[in-house]
Design a protein around this ligand. Structure first.
Ligand code: SF4
Length: 371
């Protein structure tokens, strides 16, 4: 027996926004930034939520605001302190941009956030999505957001069979997002659509039976929900080998160096070392890197720990070796420090370095004292 397809209400339809908002008013999730109109707090939550799960972002958000309750306090902090509070959240360019933008707003905008999406987009690290989120939630500007959750919901509502990263498809999605927006409650509407994508219209097995806007959804009617959005297949990530040196001074302190501010994990501290060049052994890599970074000659001994990490554009395999200083003392432009065990927690380290240090401590509890 042929089942009759349900009748679908076509979009745009003004009822869409009111149905979605009624659902949001009833089901909105409690989050520490919900109900905020302070642009500083809205901005902070939006930046933290990029690439981060809500549960993980919540504790960082609270700690960050305890230490930096105002834009002014963030602007006056050192970058080291900001990075330390950000440690573990990843994508550290976000923290560097927060710090930079806070200083720019305090110094060049009299401490006042620009109040439109267009003006917000002129600030470092604030793209079209973040600008629209801040402008709609904090200032009530009628601008639509389009993040991964919204893309998924819209491509399903319209059952778009085309690959979404194509500019023409993205332009169409931005246009539809704007058409559907509630001009009266743009901030709530944007949050409602993002909540719908996160809670109901999930990447796998969307809960269509609980979806408030199912009557508008072509993909649900056609049974193609899980095939939308259509994405480009991901190319496998290249592998990068890296070596780190565990070097102690006479007092048992570890040598750490600071990464340059611009670049991968910029501003964080690390065990000295670097990425291996093609054909270079780990030991050769360490000898070259230590000379380049801090002008010292080392002898590499046994491997002490290893870890792997997936970063945005490659997969890292990091191996740490016990090393001895053969000649020279640290010098040069790279910031470096001999760090004792009690001082270590003050330094912001990337995930791979932190893991290596934890492993070293497990295997050799008196790591810092033995020399
Ligand atoms: S009906 Fe299903 S696929 Fe369509 S928007 Fe709702 S949850 Fe997503």
């Amino acid at each position: 027996m042929n089942r009759k397809k349900p009748k679908i209400r076509s979009l745009p339809d003004p009822a869409f926004a009111s149905i979605l908002l009624a659902w949001f008013d009833h089901s909105a999730t409690e989050m520490p930034w919900r109900g905020q109109r302070d642009p500083y707090r809205v901005w902070l939550s939006e930046v933290m939520l990029q690439q981060t799960r809500i549960a993980a972002a919540e504790s960082y958000y609270r700690r960050f605001l305890e230490r930096f309750p105002t834009l002014q306090s963030l602007a006056e902090a050192s970058l080291d302190e900001v990075l330390k509070l950000w440690e573990g959240l990843g994508y550290y360019a976000r923290a560097r941009n927060l710090h930079r933008v806070a200083q720019l707003i305090v110094n060049e905008h009299n401490g006042q956030f620009p109040a439109s999406a267009e003006a917000l987009q002129t600030l470092p690290g604030i793209g079209r999505y973040t600008a629209a989120a801040i402008a709609s939630i904090a200032f009530g500007e009628a601008v639509a957001v389009l993040d991964g959750n919204v893309v998924r919901v819209l491509t399903r509502l319209m059952d778009i069979p085309d690959e979404v990263s194509q500019p023409a498809v993205m332009n169409r999605l931005w246009a539809v997002a704007s058409e559907l927006l509630s001009p009266k409650r743009p901030g709530d509407y944007n949050q409602a659509l993002m909540d719908l994508g996160r809670m109901i219209c999930t990447p796998r097995r969307p809960a269509c039976q609980h979806c408030p806007v199912r009557e508008f959804c072509l993909a649900a009617a056609n049974g193609t929900m899980e095939q939308r959005p259509v994405k480009k297949p991901k190319a496998p990530l290249p592998q990068v080998r890296a070596a780190a040196a565990v070097i102690r001074d006479q007092a048992g302190r570890l040598l750490l160096v600071q990464r340059p501010e611009h670049g991968l994990l910029g501003g964080l501290w690390m065990l000295p070392g670097g990425h291996c060049l093609p054909g270079e052994s780990y030991v050769e890599c360490l000898q070259r890197s230590l000379m380049e970074l801090v002008g010292i000659e080392i002898r590499a001994g046994k491997e002490m720990a290893a870890t792997s990490q997936t970063l945005a554009h490659f997969r890292l395999r990091l191996r740490a070796f016990a090393c001895e200083l053969v000649a020279g003392t640290p010098t040069g432009e790279t910031r470096w420090a001999w760090v004792s065990s009690t001082e270590l927690s003050r330094y912001s380290l990337g995930k791979a370095d932190r893991e290596i240090l934890e492993r070293l401590e497990q295997w050799q509890p008196r790591l810092f004292e033995e020399c």
